[in-house]
Ligand binder design. Structure first.
Ligand code: NAD
Ligand code: TDX
Length: 338
């Protein structure tokens, strides 16, 4: 069967970290595609993330995915929606879960309804956290068959949104796919997240902060590889299917922090231990062989130390981008004892 080749797409959350990297990827790789970014510009959304892209290719609509009337005006004019918009930070979900329910669950519902009404292709961007966690000594990894067992308010709302997508495919025949990806890193990631927090702490003369015993494992992927995987699934994925996205990047937090410290010329023990995250997932690990085998996708940015060095350089070069959010983010962490 020929690949699906959309000419116009809505990218929700396209002013956030992964969404904006995806928009840049599409503009660079697919010159025939026009992108409408729909973004509420919450604290995590920044129009700077898509600044400089050609205005005849990319249009920003500032609005809420929960606004059904707005969706009715925007969606019919497009071939597909690629849905990145979410409340995305676990620590925030523990402090205040309500916005997570609204955006992640209710927002996904409204987008599905718009796709159902206008027969629009839908790709839902989700997370490996829906599967809960693995023990450090467990030899297995998550697959598309792993049962859902989310731990945090964030991951439970993402799990709920995945379930809505599956139901809308089966009941209404909505043409949707789902991807569950592991931890992303790269440029334009908010300073609340682990890697940018530590890099910008060091740049500000604040010691990095490690939760718990530092042995929690995350499966890191460069955001550029996430973008190419999402496009591959949009173009070639089988309707109704779920694909796991990962780049075999398992590392514990202390090792990642030591990579950052080394890349920035700091001693390996120049950090503080802080209070652990409640319910902190121990280990995530993705088996992405279905995506590789069926759709021929491969990650390209697999040298983690090189990726970290480039990411450190990006934060050094773009202080004007992250500085405005830094103080408030650290004040919030300080209140939580982190
Ligand atoms: P982010 O927090 O950086 O960006 C989220 C974006 O969504 C922001 O631009 C924000 O303004 C926008 N948004 C929030 N609520 C909205 C609403 N109601 N209406 C419209 N726009 C709204 O998030 P991210 O890290 O880029 O994550 C993007 C997606 O990828 C999320 O769905 C997340 O669950 C998923 N994901 C993230 C990771 C990761 O490592 N960060 C890994 C796997 C999956
Ligand atoms: O200061 C910190 N110190 C620390 O040790 C922070 C902010 C985090 N951590 C730990 C907690 C995690 O074990 O680092 C690890 C990574 O933390 P986050 O960056 O908050 O990511 P995580 O909770 O793993 O979730 C991320 O990956 C999956 C994204 O935020 C989610 O949106 C995605 O679904």
């Amino acid at each position: 069967m020929a690949d699906f080749a959309p000419k116009s797409i809505v990218v929700t959350g396209g002013c956030g970290f992964i969404g904006s990297n995806f928009v840049r990827h599409v503009v660079r790789e697919y010159p025939e595609v026009r992108v409408t970014v729909l973004d509420k510009l919450t604290y995590a959304g920044n129009p700077e993330n898509i600044a400089g892209l050609p205005s005849d290719r990319v249009e920003l609509v500032v609005g809420d995915i929960c606004d059904a009337e707005l969706l009715e005006r925007i969606v019919p004019d497009h071939d597909a929606i690629v849905h990145f918009a979410a409340e995305s930070h676990n620590d925030n979900s523990i402090a205040d879960p309500e916005p997570f329910l609204r955006t992640n669950v209710e927002g996904t519902y409204h987008l599905l309804e718009a796709c159902r009404k206008h027969d629009i292709r839908f790709h839902h961007v989700s997370t490996d956290e829906v599967y809960g966690d693995l023990a450090l000594d467990d030899p297995t990894r998550f697959t598309e068959e792993t049962p859902y067992k989310p731990s945090s308010p964030y991951s439970s709302t993402k799990a709920a949104s995945d379930m809505l997508v599956r139901a809308w495919v089966r009941t209404y025949g909505v043409r949707a796919t789902i991807s569950n990806c592991s931890n992303n890193y790269g440029p334009y990631q908010h300073v609340e997240k682990f890697i940018p927090r530590q890099i910008t702490n060091i740049l500000c003369g604040i010691r990095p902060k490690l939760y718990g015993d530092g042995l929690n494992v995350r499966d890191w992927i460069h955001t550029e590889d996430h973008s190419s995987a999402v496009w591959t699934i949009l173009a070639k994925g089988r309707i109704g299917e779920t694909y796991l996205i990962g780049a075999d990047g398992e590392r514990n937090n202390i090792t990642v922090l030591q990579d950052i410290l080394r890349a920035m010329g700091e001693p390996e023990d120049a950090f503080d231990w802080v209070k652990d995250r409640p319910g902190h997932d121990r280990r995530y690990a993705i088996d992405s062989s279905k995506l590789r085998r069926e759709l021929g996708w491969r990650p390209r940015y697999t040298d983690f130390s090189e990726g970290i060095e480039k990411t450190v350089q990006w934060y050094r070069d773009n202080e004007g981008w992250w500085r405005p959010a830094k103080e408030a983010t650290e004040a919030k962490y300080a209140k939580q004892g982190q």
